[in-house]
Design a protein around this ligand. Structure first.
Ligand code: SF4
Ligand code: SF4
Length: 339
């Protein structure tokens, strides 16, 4: 497996990383075995988050004996200094390590979130102190909003940027990623398979190989998946004309329904958690029934509060028919929990 330098950090990592969500529902022994198998295949970059139940613990067990040979990234969604301090110590314990290589502020996807983390007594203050204390090596940010991520990059306060990137969500390659690279940041591509929506792994990774400065972190839940992805990297192929046509087909089919989780539609006055409801089908493909209920069960229930006022649809830059999609996903969810 080729390695890549993560921006201006001193971190040399495998050209593809490991995303820690799909190991959530796996029994511990199986999850540990999958993670170890990825390392054996050459993967040295492992990304998780405090918010992914059991993921840090499983990675901690799998990686403790090879800690110095791997790079671990995790995240906190806490916005204040106290909450972030608690999360850093919890992550260190769960990951069974004395240091975290990349600590990211999670899902900073609107101006309020960015202002909160950077304000006095905000999470950034804590993360900086933790870096000075040696608990963290580099500081990153993850986001789903191009505008907010651009602002975060411009602050010059972060060494890495994590953002969704795949052939459906390719806009970051226009301005955001060039700006991050200009700022010497490492670029981490989350959701290389569209969060489980895109089924043609070959097309996804051929597309990503055309953007070698992005380190994709596919969620991997089985050894066979890891082997398939690694094989695609061992024998890289450019996108053919046929591939490009197929990508266009998929783009036009999904275009009307694909939620980019940018959160421009929020907040909803009725409390509907729109983007979480719209990710139901992807979640159901990747997680167990219990995992889906724990992860987005409350959000799914919030869809019942939709009064079809249409305000969110006016704010959605992708013109998604949100009310219809909420109803569709809620009906599918109710069927799913009853089946
Ligand atoms: S519904 Fe539209 S605005 Fe809301 S998160 Fe999805 S893509 Fe963004
Ligand atoms: S249409 Fe439904 S989800 Fe959208 S803003 Fe109105 S109540 Fe909220």
């Amino acid at each position: 497996m080729k390695t890549i330098r993560l921006g201006a950090t001193a971190l040399e990592i495998s050209e593809i990383g490991f995303g820690g969500i799909p190991i959530i529902p796996l029994p511990q022994e199986e999850a540990v075995s999958v993670v170890k198998h990825c390392f054996d295949l050459g993967v040295t970059f492992f990304d998780t988050a405090n918010m992914y139940p059991t993921s840090e613990e499983k990675l901690g067990i799998a990686l403790r004996s090879i800690r110095k040979k791997v790079v671990i990234a995790t995240k906190t969604a806490q916005r204040d200094a106290k909450g972030a301090a608690e999360h850093i110590d919890l992550s260190l314990r769960q990951l069974q390590t004395d240091w975290i290589d990349v600590y990211q502020l999670h899902n900073v996807s609107n101006g309020d979130a960015l202002n909160q983390v950077l304000a006095p007594q905000g999470a950034y203050e804590t993360v900086l102190k933790a870096r000075d204390a040696g608990k963290i090596r580099f500081i990153g940010v993850s986001s789903h909003s191009i505008a907010t991520a651009m602002e975060a990059v411009k602050t010059g306060l972060f060494q890495t940027l994590q953002f969704p990137f795949n052939f459906i969500e390719s806009d970051p390659a226009n301005q955001l990623f060039p700006l991050a690279i200009q700022n010497k940041m490492g670029v981490i591509g989350m959701k290389p398979l569209g969060g489980g929506v895109l089924e043609r792994a070959d097309l996804c990774f051929k597309f990503l190989q055309g953007h070698p400065y992005v380190v994709p972190i596919p969620g991997i839940r089985a050894k066979s998946e890891a082997e398939e992805i690694v094989a695609l990297y061992r024998n890289p192929e450019p996108l053919s004309e046929t591939d490009l046509k197929e990508i266009e087909n998929i783009r036009s089919t999904l275009g009307e329904k694909f939620c980019h989780r940018c959160e421009y539609c929020m907040p909803c006055e009725q409390g509907v958690q729109i983007s979480s409801v719209l990710m139901f089908q992807a979640a159901a493909k990747r997680l167990s029934r219990e995992g889906v209920k724990g992860w987005i069960g409350k959000a799914m229930e919030s869809a019942e509060q939709c009064i079809e006022c249409g305000e969110c649809e006016q704010k959605c830059p992708y013109n998604l028919p949100i009310s219809d999609l909420l109803k569709e996903n809620l009906a599918l969810y109710n069927q799913y929990v009853r089946s």
